[in-house]
Design a protein around this ligand. Structure first.
Ligand code: TYD
Length: 206
């Protein structure tokens, strides 16, 4: 495969889609074909799976949830990502297997290696060339919650704890694979983040 596969990871609301859009604009300005996509979703089948995992109101067994994300990923990689890479496009994707390891792993029902193994089976072993982790420190995350101008309720306190555990999981993944990951402080101005992302991606462009 000749294209470049770039994924954006991080907690909810750290600015992944803003950065993905800026990178897309820059690459297109350099004449590259860019395919912007996301998980869960990105295909018709994927959007239906997305509807279950994000909007179904009843209980979904954690193993079933992990399999649903993996099923979405299998279909998405086979029908969108691999064909795009084969024609030398750059694929810019919001979330990939690291989200499964971080989020499904935080529930602690399945361990990280199992979740990763499931995704690698689903995708025939496809790993991104570059994974940008937009990392938001505790204080900034709290500040963004407080900016809502409402007192913390029990749920929001839980969210802060959840955020901390997901963040730690992502950072552990990044330190295990420093060659693939670029960790960026998401509290920085948008343009500074975009410049760091461009520098890393430029190094990998052929
Ligand atoms: P997303 O649409 O990126 O939401 P946001 O815009 O808020 O970041 O992702 C939806 C949710 O799905 C997000 O909370 C993370 C979760 N998720 C998993 O738990 N496992 C996965 O494998 C993926 C791809 C996402």
């Amino acid at each position: 495969m000749t294209g470049l596969f770039v994924t954006f990871e991080g907690g909810d609301g750290v600015g992944k889609s803003t950065q993905a859009a800026l990178l897309q604009e820059w690459l297109q300005g350099r004449g590259r074909e860019v395919v912007r996509t996301r998980e869960p979703g990105g295909t018709d089948v994927g959007e239906r799976i997305r509807d279950i995992v994000l909007h179904y109101r009843g209980h979904v067994d954690p193993r079933a949830e992990a399999l649903l994300y993996a099923a979405d990923r299998a279909h998405h990689v086979a029908t969108i990502v691999r064909p795009a890479l084969a024609r030398d496009a750059v694929v810019i994707q919001d979330r990939y297997l690291d989200s499964s390891v971080a989020y499904q792993g935080v529930g602690r029902v399945l361990d990280a290696d199992e979740v990763r193994g499931l995704s690698l089976w689903a995708t025939g072993g496809l790993l991104p060339d570059v994974t940008v982790l937009l990392d938001l420190d505790e204080a900034s995350a709290r500040h963004r919650l407080e900016a809502d101008d409402k007192p913390f309720d029990r749920l929001e306190a839980e969210k802060a704890d959840f955020h901390a555990r997901v963040r730690a999981a992502f950072l552990a993944l990044a330190s295990a694979e420093p060659g693939r990951f670029l960790v960026v402080d998401a509290a920085q101005p948008i343009d500074e983040i975009a410049a760091q992302v461009r520098t890393r991606v430029a190094e990998r462009l052929t």
